[in-house]
Design a protein around this ligand. Structure first.
Ligand SMILES: NC(=O)c1ccc[n+]([C@@H]2O[C@H](COP(=O)([O-])OP(=O)(O)OC[C@H]3O[C@@H](n4cnc5c(N)ncnc54)[C@H](OP(=O)(O)O)[C@@H]3O)[C@@H](O)[C@H]2O)c1
Length: 372
């Protein structure tokens, strides 16, 4: 098992759970990044004594450790010879830089950050044969664990499950009036605020469909989503003889995080065994959750469309949390920005960055126009 780990986004929800795995398996935390959280940075440095800390935002640098800044700092971590695994658990598109650099260097990247594959999938795919890209997200970890033992021509389709979020049983009119605190009440998972709202719109599942396409090379029409309120089954692979394999666990991110670190070995966890109960798998009502169709649409349009969708969605989610737009305003903004995307199927990495920037500005403009 690899022992020397860097955790980017160490103060976040995935980051802290990764630190839990590191503590339990007695691994060596070599480097970390945080954005603004000075207190967490100091605590992590005091406890784990990494040799390098990177600050991507405004956190106060602690004493007694080599500190670097920004995306260059994240790239530096990916180039440290002693780092064997890079856990990329930051928010935002900045995750793409250490992911690409780590893969180029032949390292293992345990990827939680969604934006990297959603917005830059075409640039990550060719690097997947240079290093190891192991997914951390529960659905992709499950799909990975099923697919690794199958031949490509055995696979008919991949089904990702979604809890359905807090609005699964609400009607459209009530959802339209939902407040941020309603959207932040996730029924099964405890996560950061942005991803929790994405789970309520089902955009999170849309992002996961796009990630799955790039990770496993499965066409969009062969990836399906089912509502599974218990969040126990994370992925199902239907085989060409119409039998299927599922992978399941109690919803706790420490299981897939640990597997991404220890793969191909498996170790015990403190998570209890599932005590079998009713497991439902239901169709998605896409009238109630239009974000999912938007994700399929952008994936099929290809090029910069997923990046533009992701960027405008991020702006719209924070505007919803600030009370500037209503819940369906999120997908309405995203739909408009996708329709106006002037970058289309651009081919250069820089154009994808420009498309991301354009989409954020355009989303802000639209929201401001609505506010007037
Ligand atoms: N939470 C989950 O269960 C889950 C599951 C699957 C995938 N993911 C994905 O994993 C990523 C992290 O999710 P999370 O729930 O752990 O988020 P989170 O709790 O908000 O933590 C985000 C982490 O990234 C740092 N960060 C924030 N903004 C940043 C920026 N602009 N640049 C660099 N670093 C930044 C934060 O630092 P500060 O604390 O200093 O601000 C924190 O360490 C997201 O892409 C999410 O979609 C999460």
């Amino acid at each position: 098992m690899y022992k020397n780990i860097a955790v980017l986004g160490a103060s976040g929800s995935i980051g802290r759970q990764t630190l839990d795995v590191i503590r339990r398996l007695n691994l060596n935390l070599v480097a970390i990044s945080v954005h603004n959280n000075s207190k967490a940075l100091k605590e992590i440095v005091d406890e784990f004594k990494p040799v390098k800390a990177v600050i991507t935002g405004n956190a106060e640098p602690p004493s007694g450790i080599d500190v670097s800044y920004g995306k260059e700092g994240l790239i530096e971590i990916a180039n440290m010879p002693e780092v064997e695994i890079i856990v990329v658990a930051t928010n935002g598109i900045v995750g793409v830089y250490p992911t690409m650099e780590g893969l180029k260097n032949g390292k293992r990247v345990a990827l939680a950050n969604k934006e990297t594959l959603v917005s830059f999938g075409p640039f990550i795919k060719p690097l997947m044969s240079k290093g190891e890209l192991i997914p951390v997200d529960s659905e992709h970890s499950s799909a990975f664990q099923i697919l690794k033992d199958l031949k490509k021509d055995e696979v008919k389709k991949l089904i990702l499950t979604a809890s359905g979020g807090p609005f699964r049983n609400w009607n459209i009119e009530d959802i339209r009036r939902a407040k941020p605190e309603d959207a932040l009440k996730h029924p099964t998972w405890r996560m950061g605020r942005k991803i929790t709202v994405d789970s309520a719109t089902l955009m999170n599942k849309g992002l996961e469909v796009i990630e799955a396409h790039f990770l496993f090379d499965i066409p969009p029409d062969n990836i399906e989503v089912r509502i599974h309120p218990q969040s126990v089954i994370h992925a199902i692979v239907v085989l060409k003889d119409n039998s299927f394999k599922m992978h399941a666990s109690i919803p706790d991110m420490r299981i897939p995080i640990q597997y991404a670190i220890t793969y191909p070995e498996r170790y015990e966890t403190p998570i209890k065994e599932y005590d079998f109960g009713v497991l439902e798998l239901l169709p998605v009502d896409t009238r109630k959750f239009p974000a999912l169709d938007l994700a399929y649409k952008s994936l099929k349009l290809g090029g910069t469309y997923p990046a533009v969708m992701n960027a405008s969605n991020e702006v719209a989610v924070y505007s919803f949390l600030e009370g500037k737009i209503n819940f369906y305003g999120i997908t309405e903004v995203v739909e408009r920005v996708i329709e106006e995307n002037p970058f289309g199927k651009a081919e250069k990495f820089e154009e994808y960055l420009e498309a991301d920037k354009w989409a954020r500005n355009r989303a802000k403009e639209i929201i401001e126009e609505w506010g007037r």
